[in-house]
Design a protein around this ligand. Structure first.
Ligand code: CA2
Length: 151
């Protein structure tokens, strides 16, 4: 009998501007974990769920847009913390819409408890789910939701 190869589903994890500073400043708002700590949490979670993970950060809107476009051929789902671009970027909204993969949006902080300019995200309308306010745990929860969505 012919056995089909089972390929691990691939999740692209994208982090937007200034998230490379995590753990060095503003621990009251964003927690004391570094982005490397969050990457390690995501890697462990992905291993447990049988997902293949590609974890990235950029301070450049255009680079994030290009990575989202490329995901058409290299990923099955996207987890994104667009950081400040959540509140400004029609370009990231359009790229996520065009790539047509399941998107989970994550924010470390509860953006609804903060300044009014953080209450709207251009990404939420193209995401199948949004998690905010649970710190790094939000990434783990979002990976679990994506794994379920992909199976
Ligand atoms: O809560 C989140 O995850 C945010 O996406 C983080 C963004 C913010 O603009 C969004 O409104 C909510 C900011 C990330 C910047 O992270 C820093 C970390 C340490 C020191 C300074 C900024």
């Amino acid at each position: 009998m012919h056995k089909a190869m089972i390929m691990a589903k691939r999740v692209l994890v994208l982090n937007g501007p200034n998230l490379n500073l995590l753990g060095t400043r503003e621990p009251g708002t964003y927690g004391s974990e570094t982005l490397k700590d969050i990457e390690n949490l995501c890697k462990k979670t992905a291993d447990d769920l049988g997902l293949a993970l590609d974890f990235r950060q950029s301070n450049y809107e255009g680079e994030l847009v290009t990575w989202i476009q490329d995901a058409r051929n290299t990923a099955d789902a996207i987890l994104i913390n667009p950081a400040a671009y959540s509140h400004t970027s029609v370009a990231i909204h359009d790229a996520l819409r065009a790539v047509a993969l399941p998107v989970a949006e994550v924010h470390l902080s509860n953006i609804h408890q903060r300044e009014a300019f953080r209450h709207h995200s251009y990404v939420s309308s193209v995401a199948f789910g949004v998690i905010c306010g649970f710190g790094a745990l939000g990434y783990k929860l979002a990976l679990e939701a994506l794994a379920q969505k992909l199976n």
